[in-house]
Write a protein that binds this ligand. Sequence first.
Ligand SMILES: Nc1nc2c(ncn2[C@@H]2O[C@H](COP(=O)(O)OP(=O)(O)OP(=O)(O)O)[C@@H](O)[C@H]2O)c(=O)[nH]1
Ligand SMILES: [Mg+2]
Length: 223
Amino acid sequence: MYKGQKITVIIPCLNEEQGIERVLRHMPDFVDETIVVDNNSTDRTSEVAASLGAMVVREEKRGYGSSYKRGFAHASGDIIVTLDGDHSYPVDAISYLLEAFLHLEVDFLNASRFPVRNRHAMTFKHKFGNLVLSLAMSILFFRWVRDSQSGMWVFRRSILKDMRLVSDGMALSEEIKIEALKNPRVRFGEISIQYSSRLGEIKLSPWRDGIRNLVFLVKKRFS
Ligand SMILES: Nc1nc2c(ncn2[C@@H]2O[C@H](COP(=O)(O)OP(=O)(O)OP(=O)(O)O)[C@@H](O)[C@H]2O)c(=O)[nH]1
Ligand SMILES: [Mg+2]
């Protein structure tokens, strides 16, 4: 519990045995429920997660988006916090984010990775791609969002019932922010966090996922 609120952390994982161990070892004690959504990892991700006290949920349909949707269905907290299993997002910033979430009185808080302080955390190509996608989303949806691709969010679980999340892939990250922004009853905020380099092997394919996410944005805007 954090200030009377039940906290659920959701982490999608595909072969993250190294990262997930680090993430779970640093999980603050006030987190009530940690859900790791595994997509048939071929390494020890689920064993490691279960041994460190996480609830391991399996999703058959491959994808970042389908995994998140499965995780949401299992969450029981008042507030949901998300992050990657690769230890690139700061686990120890969860209290800082929750404090800001409550202080700013928002319903959805996006943790922006920018400005990136750690030189090794993101390549120039990734920074540029992220900027293009964030600019595109900001223009299409009339609201400045610095990091449309961030995977770390804090939000009230109750807002999920008004969201229409169709993406099964990486585009879920921008889609959930668009659904939050579009709802006039949802107060949206964004603050900076420190991002660092991932542990384990890269799954993102920058060109493929970047272009898919851009196409998704345009389709979502005009559908
Ligand atoms: N369950 C599940 N998790 C996934 C899938 N694809 C990616 N993930 C997880 O989602 C999180 C984000 O994926 P990453 O590969 O780190 O993507 P990224 O952060 O954009 O790229 P990096 O800069 O390489 O970290 C990680 O914890 C992955 O393990 C998937 O198909 N299924
Ligand atoms: Mg990552």
